[in-house]
Design a protein around this ligand. Sequence first.
Ligand code: CA
Length: 415
Amino acid sequence: MSTTTDPNLRSFIEYDTDSHFPIQNLPFGVFEEQGKCRIGVRIGDYVLDMALLEERDIFKPLSLPKLFGTSTLNPFFSEGRRVWSEVRKTVSRLLSYDEPELRDDIELRNRALLPVSQVIMQMPVAIGDYTDFYSSKEHATNVGIMFRGKENALMPNWLHLPVAYHGRSSSIVVSTTPIRRPSGQMLPPDQDTPVFAPCKLLDFELEMGFFIGPGSKLGAPVPINTAAEHIFGMVLVNDWSARDIQKWEYQPLGPFNGKNFATSISPWVVPLEALEPFRCQGPEQSPTPLPYLQTTGKQTYDINLEIYLEKSCISRSNFKYLYWNICQQLAHHTVTGCNINPGDMMASGTISGPTPDSYGSLLELCWKGTREIQLKNGEIRKFLQDGDTVAMTGWCQGNGYRIGFGEVIGKILPA
Ligand code: CA
């Protein structure tokens, strides 16, 4: 086990055992304080100001270019694994219980550790390209049954390649950004001409996304055995979806307006390095994928996921249910020679589990509007109403600690 993930590590910063942000996590984000954006690392309920530490030459022994006094993580991501690891080691040491350098420097401590309530979290990354996969077999099967029947639920290609489409990066927003109900073209049931109207079947999708570190050259596929070197870490993703718009527009080229109006992400990017102790085996893949997609061993992560609608927990899923792992997704994405750039985001697709209480969208939880969800406040839902707040959370459960992702939250505004 690497030193930074040791469960016995302790920080001089205090936090509860169910905190998402113990010293073993150390996720990166971008925060604004007094009108200035810069990069921070989360620890308990504090944000460590990385720009200030950089100004004070704390990272000088690493001989790095200036990376943290900026409003995106892209320059840091592009540095690659060796730098990520060295910076992480330095931060872990600075925050540890028995290291006096920051602990006993009251002036530096007061300036470098800001209560999270005093900062505003920003979009952490300038996302050039966004790709959305469709890697949950349970989700693809459920949607297939609803729209094509049980016999043709999975398309013939699905078990052979990680299906995806190129998404829209301009409308990716950070958690707590309100979501405006989209209007668009749709075909009302039992009619044969379309109408333009506010979406009536507004939905969420429980997903996770990963960020690209060092890019690749056009024409040079990323081989599966080095794919992980191009991935910095992960966030929670809510890929908002307008089901009525999607249903009318999606054939033959896939979703467009039904998906492009908003995608929300959680503000703290958790490094893959912090997730190492939570590696696990993914589902068995049969038929065996083609050689360029073959992986062995523990290639995914055990990450508990929950969805809350108006503060009622309506689903519990897990990242480990995904059929295709992130290295397979990246290898497939680039196998044609398609290049990737630092800060690109790839999302998993809706993460549905095997049981009806683990589905990752209202489309599935309410089975195309044929069932209702009962909320704690006595109300019922089939799709989202104006004013509804959706919160998703995720964490890895260690022995006495958690590696968490915080939350991705969004509230629906009227059209
Ligand atoms: Ca999606």
